[in-house]
Ligand binder design. Structure first.
Ligand code: GLA
Length: 408
């Protein structure tokens, strides 16, 4: 190549447009934590509820436990103005989104919004199709920190392309935003979402039941166990900055306390985004205690960022493991059945290996202290077999804390 041609080629390569589809790095090195309006409020959302939720997030200790994002889902939208810019519903959000973002920020929290890649959102409000750059600019002007981008009314659209367009628009708008890809796992987002967003939904919508499918005509919502089962095979795609999203939580939305506990534990084992979906203003102490369990949250937020895996099953019992930073492991025994089940764990029978992260729980050679994450007590060490009874629709979740010996 002639020197001039080489110089031109370099110039062309370095002068790429600033709106290239790329995400803001380092915003979700651990799974995002926050709240979203949809699972409890659906379309009945307003600025009053959002402000009170932000207040409750602080008063309940959730902010201190790591919950950061206050996310408004569908139905906040008003009309587009004469120039095509989106506005907030003037009746539900009379003070406007900028004022609401300022309020949420004043509480040390961040604000999220929802839009849709199609012509209309799932709730029939204006979608972003054809307005992506305008909408991203509007969100940046309002001070929005998180965007969930849905997939209704998208006939004929290519999913990767549509999410690329919005990722490029957010990049061009310049305000760092967590980008939540929500196309229900239909177009294998785990294969292309990593470059564009920080999390991608892997399934259709969750519902507040432990093990059910609710048929809504042309789509179904799924209970906790059904969603857990749909995660199999996806863990290789998750890691710091890019997470599988098994949907927002239903803790506090009508399941029993043990079901809520099992749900929360499994989301932590899956390194799932922890987005509460209940009414934080009126939640019971039992719900608050589940959502703010620091030791379970630490499993979810572990900096190694490795999604856990189902190690084995025995009838209705499942044994899950998740490797943690520093040689510890989280272990969760899930009882899918309604009746209590006894279990005996003979640790030294078998080491546990995770090829994905190249971590081993060497029960034969090493010693671990067994710390119960729901009672906060120690249950001895892995030197001796452990017997327990797992209540129906419940879990035993422990942290296996590596006990260092003289050779370490
Ligand atoms: C879809 C999404 C839900 C919620 C609704 C809003 O169903 O998957 O999480 O955002 O739309 O209409």
């Amino acid at each position: 190549m002639k020197p001039m041609a080489a110089a031109l080629a370099v110039l062309l390569l370095t002068a790429a447009p600033s709106a290239r589809a790329q995400k803001f790095e380092d915003l979700a090195l651990t799974p995002p934590m926050g709240w979203n309006s949809w699972n409890h409020f659906e379309c009945n959302i307003s600025e009053g509820i959002v402000r009170e939720t932000a207040d409750a997030m602080v008063a309940s200790g959730m902010r201190e436990a790591g919950y950061l994002y206050v996310n408004i889902d569908d139905c906040w939208h008003g009309e587009r103005d004469a120039d095509g810019f989106i506005t907030a519903d003037p009746e539900r959000f009379p003070s406007g989104m900028k004022a609401l973002a300022d309020y949420v920020h004043s509480k040390g929290l961040k604000l999220g919004l929802y839009s849709d890649a199609g012509w209309t959102t799932c709730g029939g409000r204006p979608g972003s199709r054809g307005h992506e750059f305008q909408d991203a600019l509007t969100y940046a002007r309002w001070g929005v920190d998180y965007l969930k981008y849905d997939w209704c009314d998208t006939d004929g659209l290519n999913a990767e392309g549509a999410y690329q367009t919005m990722a490029a628009a957010l990049t061009a708008a310049g305000r760092p935003v967590v980008f939540s890809i929500c196309e229900w796992g239909e177009n294998r987002p785990w294969e292309w979402g990593k470059e564009l967003g920080h999390l991608w939904r892997t399934t259709g919508d969750i519902g507040p039941c432990f093990d059910c499918e609710v048929n809504h005509g042309d789509w179904s919502s799924w209970g906790v166990l059904r969603i857990v089962d749909m995660q199999v095979g996806l863990r290789i795609h998750a890691g710091p900055g890019h997470w599988n999203d098994p949907d927002m939580m239903e803790v506090g939305n009508g399941m029993s306390v043990s079901e809520d506990r099992a749900h929360f534990s499994m989301w932590a084992m899956l390194a799932a985004p922890l987005i509460a979906g209940n009414d934080l203003r009126t939640m019971s102490e039992a719900t608050r205690a589940i959502l703010t369990n620091r030791e379970v949250i630490a499993v979810d937020q572990d900096p190694l960022g490795v999604q856990g895996f189902r190690h084995s099953t025995d009838g209705e019992l499942e044994l899950w493991f998740k490797p943690l930073e520093g040689g510890d492991w989280a272990m969760c025994v899930l009882n899918r059945g309604a009746s209590p089940r006894p279990i005996e764990l003979v640790w030294q029978d078998e080491d546990v290996e995770d090829k994905l992260s190249d971590r081993q729980a060497l029960f034969k050679a090493r010693l671990y202290r067994i710390h119960d994450l729901w009672t906060g007590t120690d249950l001895g060490t892995t030197r001796r077999p452990m017997k327990a009874e797992i209540a129906g629709h419940d879990v035993l979740m422990v942290r296996l804390v590596r006990v260092l010996d003289a050779n370490d």
